[in-house]
Ligand binder design. Structure first.
Ligand SMILES: NC(=O)c1ccc[n+]([C@@H]2O[C@H](COP(=O)([O-])OP(=O)(O)OC[C@H]3O[C@@H](n4cnc5c(N)ncnc54)[C@H](O)[C@@H]3O)[C@@H](O)[C@H]2O)c1
Length: 371
């Protein structure tokens, strides 16, 4: 999947320029060089930022590390989590233990590795958070206090993702603007509103370079971490294996979504955006909105006899309080966010990815990723 992100970024540079192959090569090289020489804020010499990713072994972290390493070099991106990594993770670059509830431990990492950017992914997601509220409070609120204070002390640029779950039943749902009523009814949503507000507060009070994107449901072939939008990943695995899927949401439940490659590119572009370009510190970003039945319709092209049944569970009421369509026009105008994947090419890529990287591998077939 790392190859996929990198090939696609290079491909994007090619198509947007339409120059001769040598020009293209030079311009891509120049771009890469510029990226390598990205100026670390406050640094007297140009050098790539040293990046720490917390909660790095979840759905977003491993792919994020691959993308950041492709831009800033392997050794400049440290992946961390509290769980044991696979051999593949260890082979791909630096990995360390980091518990976000241990402030001194975090200080030690920032000092010893001379960290410049912190990408804070550790969290308990919506469905898991509802099952263990005290732990969600600790990880999602106390953990955020720690990393925000850490970033202030060491002058780090810090990215904390928020979510469509930071809105609630009182918010306008179609579309949900960047600034509106936020009264979420899950501990996950409450903790994310808290993260947005404390980050903005530190920005205004101490000049902390806090950056936050509200992501919609993120779709990738990797197993998701217990969110309300997980069906849109699970359905590919189940449908391609068995031709059947039982969906825990009603067929007409519309939610905003984004393919992981778009999500991580948004993060990268946002982290690189000059501070002066940002009119706010928290932005909605999205790519598309669809319902389970619309996804099933597209997936049926690949699995003609696909049989989906609907058995809504507790996640339905969470989904019913979330935005249906996300308005990310501020991100599009302020730092030129543009998505690449819509529902049709999302399904094409996911089918290929799950087939080649999971099902063929399980069946012992050799696979090559041509995306
Ligand atoms: N995946 C999505 O669809 C989505 C959508 C919107 C926002 N987000 C946000 O993006 C971030 C990453 O999401 P994800 O899907 O990769 O989550 P995930 O649940 O897959 O991974 C979270 C990671 O945090 C780690 N963690 C838990 N407690 C920790 C602790 N005390 N110290 C350090 N690490 C700890 C877990 O081990 C896990 O690997 C989260 O903040 C989430 O809220 C994700």
């Amino acid at each position: 999947m790392w190859r996929k992100c990198f090939t696609s970024l290079a491909g994007q540079a090619r198509t947007s320029l339409s120059l001769s192959p040598i020009c293209v090569q030079n311009s891509v090289l120049t771009q890469l060089l510029k990226r390598r020489l990205h100026q670390v804020p406050g640094s007297p010499t140009a050098r790539p930022p040293k990046i720490l990713i917390t909660g790095g072994l979840g759905q977003l972290g491993i792919e994020c590390a691959k993308l950041m390493r492709s831009q800033y070099g392997n050794d400049n991106v440290i992946l961390s989590d509290i769980i044991k990594p696979s051999q593949e993770v260890l082979d791909n670059g630096p990995y360390i233990f980091a518990d976000i509830l241990d402030f001194k431990g975090l200080q030690k990492i920032v000092v010893n590795h001379r960290i410049d950017w912190l990408i804070h992914f550790s969290a308990l997601l919506s469905a898991v958070g509802e099952q263990n509220v005290p732990l969600a409070v600790r990880v999602n609120i106390e953990g955020v206090h720690n990393v925000i204070e850490l970033a202030k002390q060491y002058k780090l640029r810090i990215f904390v993702p928020s979510t469509i779950g930071a809105f609630g039943p009182d918010s306008p749902r179609n579309p949900t603007p960047n600034v509106t009523i936020q009264r979420p009814r899950t501990i996950y949503g409450v903790s994310k509103v808290h993260a947005e507000l404390i980050g903005e507060y530190y920005y205004h009070k101490f000049g902390l370079d806090f950056r936050c994107l509200r992501f919609p449901g993120v779709i990738s072939s990797d197993p998701p971490g217990g969110g309300t939008t997980d069906y849109a990943v699970a359905i590919f695995h189940e449908a391609l294996r068995s031709g059947k899927y039982t969906c825990y949401l009603r067929p007409d439940t519309r939610l905003p979504m984004m393919y992981i490659e778009d999500c991580l590119r948004a993060l990268l572009e946002f982290m690189r955006a000059p501070s002066e370009q940002l009119k706010r510190r928290v932005y909605n970003v999205t790519a598309m909105s669809f319902t389970p039945e619309e996804l099933v319709d597209k997936l049926s092209k690949y699995v003609p006899n696909l049989h989906v049944t609907y058995k809504p569970d507790s996640r339905q009421s969470i989904a019913d309080s979330w935005p249906q369509v996300f308005d990310d026009s501020d991100a599009r105008s302020d730092w030129h966010w543009q998505h690449k994947y819509d529902l049709t090419n999302l399904v094409d890529f996911m089918v290929k990815d799950v087939q080649e990287n999971y099902i063929n591998v399980e069946n012992g077939e050799r696979h090559t990723l041509k995306i």
